[in-house]
Design a protein. Structure first.
Length: 214
């Protein structure tokens, strides 16, 4: 089961990834993506192990971003890959059949490519709007873009879960689920909040409300 809230850590000077994960898990997330961008392999592995310890203690799934070798080494539940990363098919050979693989998309064509791979289990489609969290951001999809792309995707008969990402705020959740997204992925909204656990709780409540209104 793919969670409706994908919480994502980020490189921050004042708080390590595993502490970010701890705060989000205290707020109730069951899906943590470890998104490390500035660490070399051995430090990254150490970070992954410490974050995994936290996730395990809360029963949350850990999804490693970008790095199939670390995902395989620590046997994380998942791996997320973008266009500039290893292809999902190649990564599948490294991580094995049990690991959930997610892929990034910015267009309908990207989504169809993931379907055709036969190995991607969810898609992160974005960005909703500009965000400082990711460098080299793809063109903005926007709410209208989600509506159009998801309608075409479903018309073609595809039912892979798709989560919205990129500058997502609490106020967006109702609209995003209404246009057919399965859920949302958030990073800075939680990580830079004064009370990350409270923000996480609020997001989960809004997602539950939006799902039950469907
Ligand atoms: C859920 C989710 N969707 C999209 C992304 C972006 O992945 P990618 O395009 O590889 O960019 P980086 O995160 O590696 O900068 C994601 N991480 N998670
Ligand atoms: C990691 C990532 N991928 C994106 C994409 O569009 O593929 S946007 C993004 C950043 C998400 O962080 P925040 O919630 O702080 O905006
Ligand atoms: Mg990537």
């Amino acid at each position: 089961m793919i969670s409706r809230l994908h919480y994502i850590t980020q490189d921050l000077a004042h708080i390590p990834h595993w502490e970010q994960a701890q705060r989000a898990c205290e707020g109730g997330v069951d899906w943590v993506q470890l998104r490390v961008k500035t660490q070399e392999e051995s430090q990254w592995l150490e970070t992954a192990l410490r974050t995994q310890e936290v996730c395990k203690s809360f029963g949350a799934k850990l999804i490693v971003n970008d790095n199939p070798h670390i995902a395989a080494k620590i046997q994380s539940e998942g791996l997320h890959l973008g266009k500039q990363d290893m292809s999902p098919l190649e990564a599948r050979q490294i991580v094995g059949e049990k690991v959930i693989i997610g892929g990034t998309a910015n267009t309908l064509q990207d989504m169809l490519k993931h379907v055709a791979s036969g190995t991607v289990q969810y898609i992160g489609l974005g960005p909703l709007r500009f965000t400082d969290t990711k460098k080299n951001l793809s063109p903005i999809v926007g709410l209208e873009g989600y509506k159009r792309i998801l309608a075409q995707f479903r018309t073609l008969g595809h039912n892979l879960p798709v989560v919205g990402i990129g500058g997502v705020k609490a106020d967006d959740i109702e609209d995003l689920l209404e246009v057919g997204l399965h859920g949302v992925a958030v990073s800075s909204l939680v990580n830079l909040a004064e009370n990350p656990s409270a923000v996480t709780q609020e997001l989960l409540s809004l997602l539950n409300l939006a799902v039950s209104a469907k």
